[in-house]
Design a protein around this ligand. Structure first.
Ligand code: 13P
Ligand code: SF4
Length: 336
């Protein structure tokens, strides 16, 4: 390949923009054309930018996105989310091409549990069942008996026989919440999500005093002292459903702010207040910097060049997919 063409392909394969991008392009129109031409489906998580959510074929939480990735008959899955989500889609549909607009869209929670350290940790508890939150690397899934998401976590824990002991990885906050909720005493890996650890107890308390009519709702990745204050705790889809069904007109929302786009669309007359982060300098810490690496422009170039693509070693798919299949089976039995 010519030097310049090679350099360009290298950049695009890492999720950088097409160098010749035409600023007058209507990305919505172009992406719609590419979807049809290539029989591609765009799956987007609720934490994506509003414009990406608006062009997606399916928007959902981690469970819904995995279910969709397993059942789609599209040839190409374009995953508008983070790396572990695209890997999960690849493991469930290895014959399909799975694209991620920016390969660097990682996850602090997945990174907090390196597989080589976890392997040693697991050796200390040889008889334990390993339950891993789906927010972990594909390689960690090869060391996992069954995955869970925040939507099905209670069902997954309850599906494990009472006499079996459990290791739960990697999210310590979700783990503590599940210990409390299910009464099962689990060995917890000490990982966390950088977005859900940042909420300020003090600022939330002040907001609750200022808006006594508001419901305070939180994702179970938040720390225990935040969850203790919540009127409702749930996954992104659970939080969205709660804001739709609950008669309250105001909600203080402790999760990544991207979900507020769908809340506002579903209930246009209600008010949503993002829970403030613990910072003096008004940072956007309640935005996930990994999720926000994807942009409409990157979505377009990734569909045009079919890069960057998720490639996984065969052994990782073979040894890791059983933990996701088991999770989907328990979820289906529970009607989730
Ligand atoms: P859910 O959408 O499954 O609740 O997960 C939240 C999350 O942190 C995804 O990265
Ligand atoms: Fe990972 Fe947290 Fe971002 Fe979700 S919000 S992708 S758990 S860093």
């Amino acid at each position: 390949m010519e030097g310049l063409a090679y350099a360009k392909e290298k950049l695009i394969s890492k999720g950088y923009l097409d160098l010749d991008l035409d600023p007058t392009l209507d990305y919505f129109e172009e992406i719609e054309k590419l979807k049809k031409e290539k029989n591609a489906i765009i799956l987007a998580h609720y934490y994506q930018e509003a414009e990406i959510q608006d062009i997606a074929d399916y928007i959902g939480d981690s469970l819904g996105l995995s279910q969709k990735a397993a059942e789609t008959d599209a040839d190409i899955i374009v995953f508008a989310g983070v790396h572990f989500m695209a890997e999960t889609a690849k493991m469930l549909s290895p014959e399909k091409k799975v694209l991620l607009p920016d390969l660097k869209a990682g996850c602090s929670l997945a990174d907090s549990c390196p597989p080589e350290l976890f392997r040693k940790f697991k050796e200390k508890y040889p008889d334990h069942v390993v339950v891993s939150y789906i927010n972990c690397t594909a390689e960690l899934k090869t060391l996992t008996d069954i995955c869970c998401t925040s939507t099905n976590a209670v069902h997954i824990i309850e599906s494990i026989p009472e006499d079996k002991e459990i290791i739960f990885a990697p999210d310590v906050n979700l783990g503590r919440y599940l210990v409390k909720k299910t009464g099962r005493d689990m060995v917890l890996w000490n990982g966390a999500c950088m977005v859900h650890e940042i909420f300020s107890n003090e600022k939330i308390t002040k907001l609750m005093v200022r808006h006594p009519d508001a419901k305070f709702i939180a994702h179970p990745e938040c720390e225990a002292h935040i969850l203790e204050k919540a009127d409702y705790i749930g996954s992104t889809s659970g939080l969205l459903r709660y804001t739709k069904e609950n008669p309250a007109e105001k909600f203080i929302v402790a999760t990544e702010v991207g979900i507020i786009h769908q809340m506002q669309k579903t209930s246009p007359d209600k008010t949503f207040i993002p829970a403030p982060p613990n910072s003096e300098d008004n940072c956007a810490c309640n935005e996930c910097p990994h999720m926000k690496r994807n942009t409409l422009e990157k979505l377009y170039t990734c569909m045009k060049y079919e890069l960057p693509e998720i490639i996984l070693p065969e052994w990782v798919i073979e040894q890791g997919v059983a933990s996701i299949d088991r999770m989907l089976e328990v979820s289906a039995r529970a009607g989730l």
